[in-house]
Structures are given as structure tokens and as C-alpha cells.
Design a binder for this molecule. Structure first.
Ligand code: BTN
Length: 252
């Protein structure tokens, strides 16, 4: 059960809690199709039976231990070509919360994995519905590892593992929704340049040479930031290239 008296204008004011569901992103989409939903509605659960991740992957976490929820936003002010700006706002909201809770240097692995060192603590899945060249609705799904201490992969971590403390999920959800609304409002106020600069400074592997896979070939390069469409800018032998998600992956 959640009681989230977040200090917000609209995010989290309408809260749909279900003990279990397939995926909060899917449930949020179903609810908004069937009955319509207010902007800021949060769909939250303790257990997902078919949690979804990026690029068609599954998101599996231990029931009751973590935050798994989706927020319905209606960024009708965003053109489709600027949709990455929402990724920036959401990533920064989570980034700032985790930084504060852990008092550590938290990074964003492009496009939106939140990293503590080399381990992922939070995944974000944003699904947009479009109307012409505008975004009609975005379902922002967030999976933040809070009190889970055992993972099947060694590249995942949680707040409890990092801090050796149990965290109050309700309190964290409240703070996260507040951050989310603040960044979303900044986006609405067209503060995109500032947000992008701040996002770029938080990028994992920024400014250091690393290996990537580009169009199935291994190469080394240095991340410089993202361009205004959210493509990753990588410099390779003094040339700058920008790539979308399908074109590049991180190696080592
Ligand atoms: C990723 O692959 O990193 C994205 C993971 C996103 C997981 C969250 S949990 C709440 C919401 N519902 C889902 O089915 N997925 C997102």
C-alpha cells in the first residue's frame, strides 16, 4: 500500500495502487485508453509479472522490495523530434534523488540508466503516443532498486546494498515524484538548454576513451554529450559522430 502525500501540483495526486499487475506501463496505457486518465496519474505496484525493459527486454525484480511505477504525462508542448528532452528530465529527476540518498557520484548511462559506479540502480522506460508531430501522452515507467539485496546479475545494485540501510519506499516515491514534477515543469518552461548541459555533465564514460560497438564493429571513442535529438556524440580520431540507440552499444 502506498500513501504518497507528495508536495506536487499534479504528479501523484491521482494514485492507482495494485498489489500485483503484469506491467505498470501496460496497465497505465490500458487505464488511459479505457477511462482516460489525468495528467500526473501514478500507477504503482509491489509486483510485476511481466515487467518490461528497454529494447524489448524483461524487467524482473523481487516483489515488494523495490519501486515499480509509471507516471502518465501529457507533454503536448513537445514536438516528436524533441522527445528526448523528456528522457533528460526524467533521468535527472532520478539521478538527483539517488545522488542525495547515497551522497555519491551518480552517473547516467545514455540514454537513461542510472548508475552507481558500474552498476545499474534504476531503469526507465518511456513510451510515447503521438498525434501528428506532437506528443500526446507519455507513460514514464521507473524501476528503482530500493531494498533488494540479491540479484541474479552482478551489474545491478540497490539503495540498500550501497548504503547498508533499509529505505522507506513511500518516502522515496514521494521525493522522486517531486523531483519529476520539478524537472517536467522546467521542460515546459523551455529550459532545455540548461537541462541538456546538466544531463551531459552527468554522463557515464564522459570525456574518457572507451570501447563501443558501432554497426557491429568494435571501435574506441570518447563520449562528448548528446545532440538536440538525443543522439550520442562520440569523438573518434578527432572526428565527431552521433549515433542513435540502434547504432551503438557500450563495450568496456
Ligand atoms: C530498462 O530496461 O532499463 C527499463 C526498465 C523499466 C522498468 C519499469 S518498472 C515500472 C515500469 N513498468 C514496466 O513494465 N517497466 C517499467
Amino acid at each position: 500500500m502506498y500513501k504518497i502525500p507528495a508536495n506536487t501540483l499534479f504528479v501523484g495526486k491521482n494514485l492507482v495502487y495494485v498489489p500485483e499487475c503484469h506491467s505498470t506501463n501496460t496497465l497505465a496505457a490500458e487505464l488511459s485508453q479505457k477511462t482516460g486518465t489525468l495528467e500526473g496519474t501514478v500507477v504503482i505496484t509491489d509486483r510485476q509479472t511481466a515487467g518490461r525493459g528497454q529494447r524489448g527486454s524483461r524487467w524482473e525484480t523481487q516483489a515488494g522490495k523495490n519501486l515499480t511505477f509509471s507516471v502518465i504525462l501529457k507533454p503536448v508542448f513537445l514536438a516528436v523530434r524533441d522527445q528526448f528532452n523528456l528522457t533528460i528530465a526524467v533521468s535527472l529527476a532520478v539521478h538527483d534523488l539517488v545522488t542525495e540518498l547515497l551522497d555519491a557520484d551518480i552517473k547516467i548511462k545514455w540514454p537513461n540508466d542510472i548508475m552507481v559506479g558500474h552498476k545499474k540502480i534504476c531503469g526507465i522506460l518511456i513510451e510515447n503516443s503521438l498525434s501528428g508531430d506532437k506528443i500526446q501522452q507519455s507513460i514514464v515507467g521507473i524501476g528503482l532498486n530500493v531494498n533488494q539485496t540479491l540479484f541474479s546479475i552482478d551489474t545491478a545494485t540497490s539503495l540498500q546494498l550501497e548504503k547498508k540501510l533499509e529505505f522507506d519506499k513511500n518516502e522515496i516515491a514521494e521525493n522522486l515524484l517531486e523531483n519529476l514534477e520539478q524537472y517536467y515543469l522546467q521542460l515546459r518552461e523551455c529550459k532545455v538548454d540548461e537541462l541538456t548541459k546538466y544531463y551531459n555533465r552527468q554522463l557515464y564514460w564522459l570525456g574518457k576513451q572507451h570501447f563501443f560497438k558501432v554497426h557491429d564493429k568494435e571501435m574506441s571513442g570518447t563520449i562528448e554529450g548528446v545532440d538536440r535529438h538525443g543522439r550520442l556524440i562520440v569523438s573518434q580520431e578527432s572526428e565527431r559522430h552521433s549515433y542513435d540507440l540502434k547504432e551503438i552499444s557500450f563495450l568496456k
